[in-house]
Design a protein around this ligand. Sequence first.
Ligand code: ADP
Length: 157
Amino acid sequence: MTTACCPGSFDPVTNGHLDVIERSCRLFDEVIVAVLENPSKRPLFTIEERMDMLREATSHLEPVKVSSFQGLVVEFCRQIGADAIVKGLRAVTDFDYEMQMAQMNARMGTETMFLAANPEYTYLSSSLMRDVVSLGGPIDGLVPDFVLKRLTAKLGK
Ligand code: ADP
């Protein structure tokens, strides 16, 4: 039984995240999507809201379980028995930071696997989605429809 951990803020989940989660399901028996609870950040959506949206968006994916964690991702991986962290790499801008994290996490005992982002979604980030909606722009096709509704309810004009 192989287990992947896909960590992130998911504030909110985008089609780019979902692409990485779906592809992880083809590689691992179990995929734990782990929402980071970071007390030093002020997210738009609460941890419960972010987990609810992820559960709804992944309900068709049998291997997926949605969870949350605080602190070191390697510690969480140890608790759930994850074999690897799986992350999406969008562009060179992600590379430096992700490389540093992956090397540190390998030193602490958990390997990271990178999936090259789907070119359709390379430019997507949760923060860009929040910014565009708050300025009244269209993001349909970039997040699930129910996520767009929730974003518009929080931020929309
Ligand atoms: P962001 O707020 O930048 O979307 P998250 O912390 O929620 O970032 O992202 C969690 C993981 O999902 C990271 O590994 C990130 O590289 C990956 N990811 C985010 N957006 C995309 C995308 N559009 N395509 C592929 N992977 C992505």
